[in-house]
Design a protein around this ligand. Sequence first.
Ligand code: AMP
Length: 397
Amino acid sequence: MKHIDSYNFSGKRALIRVDFNVPLNEKFEITDDNRIRAAIPTIKKITGSGGASVIVSHLGRPAGSYDIKYSLKHIVNHLSELTGKKVKFGPDCIGDETLRLAKNLKPGEILLLENLRFCKSETKGDREFAKKLASLADVYVNDAFGTAHRAHASTSCVAEYFGEEKMFGYLMEKELESMDKVLHKAEKPFTTIMGGAKVSEKILIIENLLDQVDNLIIGGGLAYTFIKAGGGKTGSSSVEEDRLEIATNLISMAKEKGVNLLLPEDNLIADKLSNDANTKEVPIDEIPDGWMGLDIGIKSIEKFRSVIEKSQTVLWNGPLGVFEIPKFERGTKSIAKAISEATLNGAFTLIGGGDSVGAIKKYKLEDKVSFVSTGGGAMLEYMEGKLLPGIEAIRGS
Ligand code: AMP
């Protein structure tokens, strides 16, 4: 494995796997270009130091054949603007014509190839397909953190055809550095805030973090399974009946390991999931039948805020309430604010996985935290302690 900063790209062609899986509207206009912007430093580094870039990505979930809705040609003009270069487009990702386009690239030029997932071989992790991709370049740069948990041809298999000529791009390096800092080098006190819809999706990550964290704050829908497991009345709140035992076990594991587990004390309950619902604030374990908890209450906000503001490391995954509906967004908004204040006081704060990223953006605080991960599923799996194929393919010899 090589390092992007010390590698000499002069006269070389680099196959750069990026994640340009951006949302497009019905006119095929990009509605959020964050993922493209995130890959620009890597592309600029390569083209600016005399290398040529052959860029590959997926977009959406096409059924393994051409679909104009998912064509990467919609990205070309914007990529040209962001890189300041006239980006060329290759209407296929392999084949003689693609090889010719790649070989004709001059130093500093950029070629964007068509959606990898128009070929079924990509998601199957087909070796022959990976070999053909590899034939397009001299060096492989993986900057697609969002797909690092997939063993696809372009994210993992392709690496083996480059020998040692493989490396992470800047985005990937930043993602790994941020996650490793939290997982292995967290400054104390270290607080993790877990929210979102379901305990079942968060068990492995909670278990993996219990050895590291000082404070574990649990909010959002998943809190109710813990409250019910402790004998509380949860009304019609979202409870996973088949996870009550696991919640009880997590509570005792936290106790054994000396982790300060904080559940909400109070919550905002509603008679329906709507902005015109009737609401009231009650203790979290006293929810009447027919009512459901949709946000944390004011006492919980204050309690959580004071813990967050004293922390040196904060990891946040999942909203504290149904923040998509304004009536139930106060908890999530206040916690997002508390995290940005902790950052201002010197804490390292990492936001990632699922809807907490949506929330931090909604409140325009993404520049006021240390790092917002671009990979939902990939980040969760890494934090669960799993080895990700896209990362191992580069790190392994
Ligand atoms: P996740 O993808 O795990 O981060 O889950 C995000 C979803 O959890 C969001 O759509 C929230 O609306 C939902 N959520 C948060 N709090 C609650 C709650 N108290 N009850 C039901 N859903 C919730």
